[in-house]
Design a protein around this ligand. Structure first.
Ligand SMILES: Cc1cc2nc3c(=O)[nH]c(=O)nc-3n(C[C@H](O)[C@H](O)[C@H](O)COP(=O)(O)OP(=O)(O)OC[C@H]3O[C@@H](n4cnc5c(N)ncnc54)[C@H](O)[C@@H]3O)c2cc1C
Length: 414
């Protein structure tokens, strides 16, 4: 009996000697340490990474997808997209890229006779560009630094836990990244915004849109002009037709998420009605073929209602609710927020201070950059609900609006 016990103990020791180092390797060596971890490599996360690399800040960038990856979008790029590309040093390459096309004109049709046109002067190149997100997001990701950005693509973030030295980010494959500061660039359903910021999605500050590609559309403008229509179904719905480099067009329709639900609006039925019977649309689409199924997603504009920072974390783009309420620009505002975020992080690294108090100035800087425009857009959206009053206001102010927009576009783009 005595002999048996001794044998069994020595076996346990032997077992521990072999298993313990393996355990250490699997669980401890898998833990990576970094100053900055960006979650999400869409336009907002990629721009944060590109700017951090300009500041020579090594960092991790994680995305659950591998690139090229698609994203439901209207594929239009305006204002802040240009400003950001310019600041990131990518504007020239973007303009020369064969998959992106450009135009000097956006036509916003309020009804069949009332139209506001936003256009560029002879001297400047474009007011709107179009690129499928599968191509545009890949373009950005392809420019991420080999030296400063460590990419973890195809690996979703499953958990984020507080740690005395920052946050522990746990990935799907079991990897753990301990980061001093986290950037939430993970879109409208951001895990960072929900878990660290305790934010919830306010459906009264979200637009729901559906989108699909069509080919063989007739009578498209040779100059790639953007067609935007407001269609009233009790509430204003926004209908976009954006041309693309491969001769397809992106058709989108949507409006305020809460109101769409309250008015029991079926967006697929509404868009089909527009494409088959709207007097200004039907001819264009009579020979057209839909390329893919309708896809729906949300566009959040609740930035003014929530905090985009907290102890050791910052939010950018859709995670920060930074889309424009009226014309739905979310790519450009997201990219610009990434640039502002990276500058803030570079400052904080120098001071080794990632406290909530230190990061509070990020919100102020976002407010300074976007506050006025986002507030104005929400106001216009509110006015648009009152159809006749809205039409009257636009009729009266049309010329002034078209004239003034030239300066606004220049200031906020390139
Ligand atoms: C139908 C529609 C039309 C639109 N049209 C336009 C338009 O024409 N122009 C415009 O400017 N904006 C438009 N928008 C808005 C625009 O698409 C968004 O504002 C923009 O994509 C925001 O970029 P982002 O980088 O913040 O988020 P996203 O582009 O959503 O990127 C988030 C990234 O995070 C990753 N991610 C999410 N969760 C995790 C996780 N747990 N772990 C790892 N990775 C994760 C995702 O894979 C994704 O790559 C439209 C939106 C919709 C729905």
């Amino acid at each position: 009996m005595q002999i048996k016990l001794v044998r069994s103990h020595s076996f346990e020791w032997l077992f521990l000697l072999i298993v313990f180092p393996i355990f250490i390797e699997i669980f401890l060596l898998k833990m990576i340490k970094t100053d900055v971890c960006i979650i999400g490599a869409g336009p907002s996360g990629a721009s944060t990474s590109l700017m951090l690399s300009k500041y020579k800040v090594p960092h991790y960038i994680i995305d659950k997808a591998t690139f090229p990856r698609d994203k439901t979008c209207g594929d239009g790029l305006i204002l802040y997209a240009y400003k950001s590309l310019k600041e990131l040093g990518l504007l020239e390459r973007f303009l020369k890229h064969p998959k992106f096309i450009h135009s000097k004109k956006i036509n916003l049709h309020l009804n069949n006779t009332l139209r506001v046109t936003f256009k560029e002067s002879e001297k400047r190149d474009m007011v709107i560009s179009y690129g499928k997100r599968i191509d545009f997001d890949f373009f950005l990701v392809n420019h991420l630094s080999e030296q400063y950005a460590i990419k973890e693509f195809g690996n979703a973030v499953k958990k984020i836990e507080a740690h005395p030295d920052g946050y522990m980010v746990r990935l799907k494959d079991g990897k753990e990244i301990l980061s001093k500061v986290i950037v939430g660039a993970d879109g409208i359903q951001s895990i960072v915004s929900r878990k660290l910021g305790q934010n919830t999605v306010d459906r009264s500050k979200v637009s729901t849109f559906i989108s699909a590609y069509f080919k063989d559309v007739n009578g498209l403008s040779l100059k790639n002009e953007a067609e935007i229509r407001i269609v009233y179904k009790g509430i204003p719905l926004f209908f976009y037709v954006f041309p693309l480099a491969d001769n397809q067009v992106n058709v989108t329709l949507g409006g305020n998420a809460k109101k769409i639900q309250a008015y029991n609006i079926n967006l697929k039925e509404e868009v089909t009605t527009i494409l088959t019977s709207h007097p200004k649309v039907v001819d264009k689409f009579k020979d057209a073929e839909q390329v893919n199924a309708w896809r729906g997603w949300g566009i959040p504009y609740q930035f003014r209602k929530q905090k985009a920072y907290g102890n050791r974390f910052l939010l950018v783009g859709d995670a920060a609710g930074l889309a424009n309420a009226f014309y739905k620009e979310g790519v450009g505002t997201g990219m610009m927020s990434g640039i502002i975020c990276a500058k803030k992080i570079a400052e904080c690294i120098r001071e080794n201070d990632f406290s909530e108090e230190r990061l509070a100035s990020y919100q102020k800087e976002l407010q300074k950059e976007f506050g006025k425009l986002l507030r104005f857009s929400e106001l216009v959206l509110r006015l648009a609900k009152f159809k006749q009053l809205f039409f009257l206001t636009v009729r009266v102010l049309k010329n002034r609006l078209e004239r003034k927009s030239v300066g606004v576009i220049k200031r906020r783009s390139y």
